[in-house]
Design a binder for this molecule. Structure first.
Ligand code: ADP
Ligand code: MG
Ligand code: MG
Ligand code: MG
Ligand code: MG
Ligand code: MG
Length: 631
């Protein structure tokens, strides 16, 4: 996400007047980019990852809390990045005030060597983040805070406001104070007409009390922070041209459920063990702004100020898997409902946009904008992309197609990109780098070998449901093509082991395809040695030999001395889990069960280069300092 606009955001009642304008001009802004950029050719392959961190406070009395210093820590890190030289990191806001996102300062280039640099940069980020923490804070890469919404003091704050999310369990203080995030929260609730209503199945253990009286008890959550507070691993790829970015989008959409299952790391929600292992459905429900009529529950009164007048049936939340493939050759596989705005589709097609793309944009724009700022509604559609981005960036799907930003005459330009968004964040940079490298290699293999993974979207959605289930890697089968050749599109159900490692019956396996790609490019030996470790590790996780983080965490909890086999993750258990996860991430605690023979080198505090030129001191500062240096 780029720079966030600062200004006064509009409440939903005031937004409503502008929704149609913003949607229409968002599309005009897209058309302007499309006209100018559709012929970009031969852009270099670039890529970059995004990691999200949680700031947590470990207290001496064995409790753990959210530390709400995210914005403060971000400012400090940004300041330090400016003073440091070289290829550092960039720090971004996230939804929660306990969260922080880190990316490389610049995207990586397309040389095999850069893949080895990914882990180095991730380690640099973790080290630098460490330098900005208080002594009692940790910043593990955990998907969900295990005690979110539990008890009165799961967040370290002395105030308690409830007017934004109106949650019965979570104070608004956990929301990033930048006005965008609170407005997003309140406007989703108001558009929907009620608080969000998140339900995930509860895990049945030997003595889980709920199962005595209910058949399908759920973990119930009532605000956006439960979902948007989840941390993930995303990877963005630049394609050589628009067509390739669309091809990659479709192919990666098929891999989204597969890779979510492979990286599953979310077995605990709101202090309870869940019967699921992955976050996606929680987030999907946490930002579901559909009116009751759009959800198909009850007819509503049409409001012409809203997209689809607020009554068009919408089969999915705006945070969900994709509803249509976007490459022209993929259209036969679009077999699920994909609601579109007919007027917008007609406008796009009149302007020469092909059917497949017009459908995608007309689908995105069935959603209303959620945040706009006072005085920033009227826009020059040839120069600004704010309205396009406003709708685009609140369509949170498993893959995102990113057109070039509008900046004119800015060299080097940014090209057409595809973002892969389904993976769960891993505890260590070794794992995060391994999955990033894997995605880079498979994305390259798809393009260079012209592989075809497409199946009907209904099967991709079926895979998405299966990918949530407990230990899906070991217990589920997934729909996949029997062959990667375009002409043969028969599908079958395969185990994760077969999908990743091959089935010995014509399907080569995704990992062997990565190896074939490395061989094809003649990868240098030293890069290969590290990449080989990554691929072998993923192979072992796919075969079930090594557990997913979710399975590892579940077993950590179930073997904790304080666990009562009632699916409750109590304070001391959560404390020890967070501490263990933090230590594993920092290489301070071995994790043989999780990583096998891979050892994480310890990460040291504060890896900022020391700037040679310091700020000029005032006389008093100098006096104090010199006395300390030469007493
Ligand atoms: P968002 O939050 O909207 O996805 P971010 O800026 O946080 O966007 O992250 C996008 C990722 O894309 C980062 O890892 C960044 O390094 C990477 N990136 C930036 N420019 C390019 C590019 N031209 N091609 C590919 N990746 C890029
Ligand atoms: Mg980002
Ligand atoms: Mg983002
Ligand atoms: Mg993010
Ligand atoms: Mg992103
Ligand atoms: Mg959709």
């Amino acid at each position: 996400m780029g720079l966030l606009k600062v200004g006064t955001p509009l409440h939903w009642d005031d937004m409503l007047e502008h929704c149609n304008y913003i949607r229409r001009h968002g599309v005009l802004q897209f058309l302007s980019i499309y006209r100018r950029m559709q012929h970009l050719e031969n852009d270099p392959f670039f890529y970059g990852d995004e990691l999200e961190y949680s700031l947590l406070k470990l207290n001496p009395n064995k409790t753990v809390q959210l530390s709400l210093r995210g914005p403060e820590v971000m400012d400090r890190l940004r300041g330090q990045e400016q003073e440091s030289t070289g290829n550092g990191c960039a720090w971004h806001q996230e939804y929660g005030s306990w969260m922080l996102e880190g990316t490389p300062k610049l995207p990586y280039d397309g040389y095999a060597m850069s893949l080895v640099g990914v882990e180095q940069n991730m380690r640099l980020r973790r080290g630098r983040l460490l330098s900005a923490l208080h002594a009692d804070e940790v910043a593990p890469t955990l998907v969900a805070f295990p005690l979110m919404g539990v008890g009165p003091s799961f967040a370290a704050t002395s105030t308690d406001s409830r007017s934004i999310a109106e949650s019965s369990s979570v104070p608004d203080e956990v929301i990033n104070p930048h006005p965008r995030f609170g407005t997003l929260t309140a406007n989703i609730r108001q558009r929907r007409g009620s608080k969000v209503d998140i339900r995930m199945p509860l895990f049945q253990d030997l003595r889980t009390p709920e199962f005595e009286s209910t058949e399908h008890p759920t973990i119930d959550m009532d605000c956006m922070a439960y979902g948007m507070g989840c941390c993930c691993l995303q990877v963005t790829f630049q394609a050589s041209n628009m067509k390739e970015s669309r091809y990659l989008y479709d192919q990666l959409a098929v891999l989204a459920p597969i890779m979510m299952a492979m990286t599953a790391a979310t077995p605990v929600l709101k202090g309870r063990l869940a019967a699921t292992d992955a976050r996606w459905s929680v987030i999907s429900q946490s930002v579901d702004d559909r009116t009751p009529a759009e959800r198909g529950l009850e007819p509503g009164a049409p409001d012409p100020r809203m997209a689809g007048h607020g009554v068009r049936r919408q089969s999915k939340s705006r945070y969900d898997s994709i509803s249509c493939y976007i490459h022209p050759s993929s259209q036969a596989y679009n077999d699920i409902p994909c609601e579109i705005d007919e007027e917008i589709r007609a406008l796009l097609e009149d302007e020469g946009v092909d059917q497949a793309l017009a459908q995608h944009i007309a689908h995105l724009f069935t959603r209303d904008p959620l945040v706009a700022f006072e005085g920033l509604i009227e826009a020059d559609d040839e120069k600004s992309t704010d309205h396009f981005e406003s709708v685009q960036s609140t369509n949170w799907q498993t893959v995102r197609w990113k057109p070039p930003p509008a900046k004119e005459g800015c060299a080097p330009h940014i090209g057409w990109r595809t973002e892969f968004r389904s993976m769960e964040i891993q505890l260590t940079d070794f794992e995060n780098a391994a999955f990033t490298a894997f995605m880079v290699l498979i994305a390259r293999a798809i393009v260079v070998f012209n592989l075809d993974f497409l199946t009907a979207l209904s099967l991709v959605d079926a895979n998405m449901a299966r990918a949530h289930t407990e230990d899906a890697v070991r217990t589920q089968k997934f729909w996949f093509r029997k062959s990667v050749e375009s002409e043969e599109d028969e599908v079958c159900e395969m185990s994760m082991d077969e999908i990743m490692n091959g089935n010995g019956a014509g399907f080569p396996g995704l990992i062997p395809l990565c190896y074939a790609y490395l061989k094809h490019i003649g990868c240098d030996e030293s890069s290969f040695m590290r990449l080989d470790q990554y691929l072998k590790f993923i192979q072992r996780r796919a075969s079930g030999e090594l557990p997913t983080p979710a399975t590892w965490m579940r077993s950590f909890i179930r073997s904790h001395p304080a666990y009562a086999f009632d699916s409750v993750v109590s304070e001391p258990i959560a404390h020890d889990l967070v501490k263990a996860c933090s230590e594993i991430g920092l290489g301070q605690r071995p994790a043989v069960e999780l990583l096998g023979d891979v050892q994480v080198e310890p990460i040291t505090n504060g890896q900022y280069e020391i700037p040679l030129f310091a700020k000029k001191l005032s006389l008093t500062e100098r006096k104090g300092l010199l006395e300390k240096l030469w007493p």
